[in-house]
Design a protein around this ligand. Structure first.
Ligand code: MG
Length: 367
């Protein structure tokens, strides 16, 4: 089997929070008629965007004529050529493994030897508040999700600590311990001493863990926080070199691994293995994926022996729009790992056309 064409479709999708986020849906066509689908998730972070035509040509130069069943050297080539581009490598690898799975009639989990679990506990995000006025809408979000059985949350903190505390105090008095607080996420925005000041106020609300306590370029600062608090600390890991450095120096307790952050499944599995060698746990993070990305992340999570903490992939709940016929499924706070074949998601071409928008660094009116 040979790849004959790369098709990239930029889409813009709405979140229930009112934001819109761009993604690129990847389709790898083959001479046997099979099409592998993938997703470069949530490309809203960087201000400079891919030129989609240029990227298509670049990927076709690498992929056209290649046999996806020989995925190991192919993924190695992608990893080397697009080293700095996590979501790009994520999207292409998902499409490659979707093809391989479709050929073999297996899910991605099965391709890698079978998973340790068929569902993954996940948390819903409450994004950082900068104003007291944001507390009430977020309390309403919690009410809605709790009613649906989604009982675990993470809170981005440190924008307005008064708002953080008002929110946590309200949910604790209403729901008690049935409101699960997976993490307080500082996103590396504060120096470690300022992070400690925030944590002194918020730790009594009893998170399971604390994430990104200071700038990733100051790993010793993370260790300073880790030595002062009695909660595990997690950090996003985006390269095997960073994984090795953090593991060797025992800087954190948990690696936060997402396919967009790691740059795909092959790199993510290497980083998880480095964690395991150092006795470090993993959780599957998120950039906020649509269903194709979430499904791949679920399968990645199923494959991790050291997935010791709840994960973050609730894009399937967060987005109003999606590009698949049937979305990923959640049940009682768990993400169900799809069965496949491949990534287990069927593209809805009508929705894809409806959501297609140019990928631009300017804000594009959604509707
Ligand atoms: Mg984070």
């Amino acid at each position: 089997m040979k790849i004959t064409m790369v098709q990239l479709t930029p889409v813009l999708t709405r979140r229930e929070t009112g934001n819109t986020n761009p993604h690129i849906i990847v389709q790898l066509h083959t001479d046997e008629g099979l099409v592998g689908v993938g997703e470069m998730s949530d490309l809203g972070h960087g201000k400079v965007k891919f030129d989609v035509r240029d990227l298509t040509e670049s990927l076709e130069e690498v992929l056209v004529g290649q046999d996806p069943l020989h995925w190991r050297p192919l993924c190695h080539m992608i990893q080397g050529r697009y080293a700095g581009e996590g979501p790009l490598r994520e999207g292409v690898e998902i499409a490659i493994f979707d093809l391989v799975g479709k050929v073999k009639g297996q899910s991605i989990t099965e391709l890698f030897g079978g998973g340790y679990r068929d569902k993954v506990k996940v948390c819903y995000p409450i994004f950082r508040m900068f104003d007291m006025a944001e507390v009430e809408p977020n309390l309403a979000r919690v009410d809605q999700r709790m009613a649906e059985g989604q009982d675990l949350f993470r809170l981005y903190v440190g924008g307005n600590v008064e708002a953080d505390e008002a929110f946590l105090s309200a949910v604790r008095s209403k729901y008690g311990s049935s409101f699960g607080l997976k993490s307080l996420d500082l996103s590396g925005r504060l120096s470690w001493k300022k992070a400690m000041a925030v944590l002194e106020v918020l730790l009594p609300y009893d998170p399971i863990l604390v994430e990104s306590v200071c700038d990733r370029r100051d790993p010793e600062g993370q260790y300073e926080v880790r030595s002062r608090i009695d909660k595990p600390i997690s950090e996003h890991i985006s390269s095997v070199q960073q994984a090795f450095f953090f593991a060797k120096n025992r800087l954190v307790d948990i690696f936060n691994l997402s396919l967009a952050g790691c740059g795909g499944l092959t790199a993510g599995l290497h980083m998880a293995a480095i964690a395991q060698a150092a006795g470090i746990s993993c959780l599957v993070g998120t950039t906020q994926e649509l269903s194709i990305g979430v499904a791949a992340q679920a399968m990645f999570g199923a494959l991790l022996e050291n997935l010791d903490f709840p994960s973050d992939m609730t894009g399937g709940l967060l987005y109003i729009d999606d590009v698949v016929k049937e979305r990923v499924r959640y049940e009682n706070g768990y993400l169900l790992v799809p069965d496949g074949p491949g990534v287990g998601m069927e593209l809805d071409e009508d929705k894809l056309r409806e959501l297609e928008r140019p990928l631009s660094s300017l804000s594009i009116p959604a509707w």
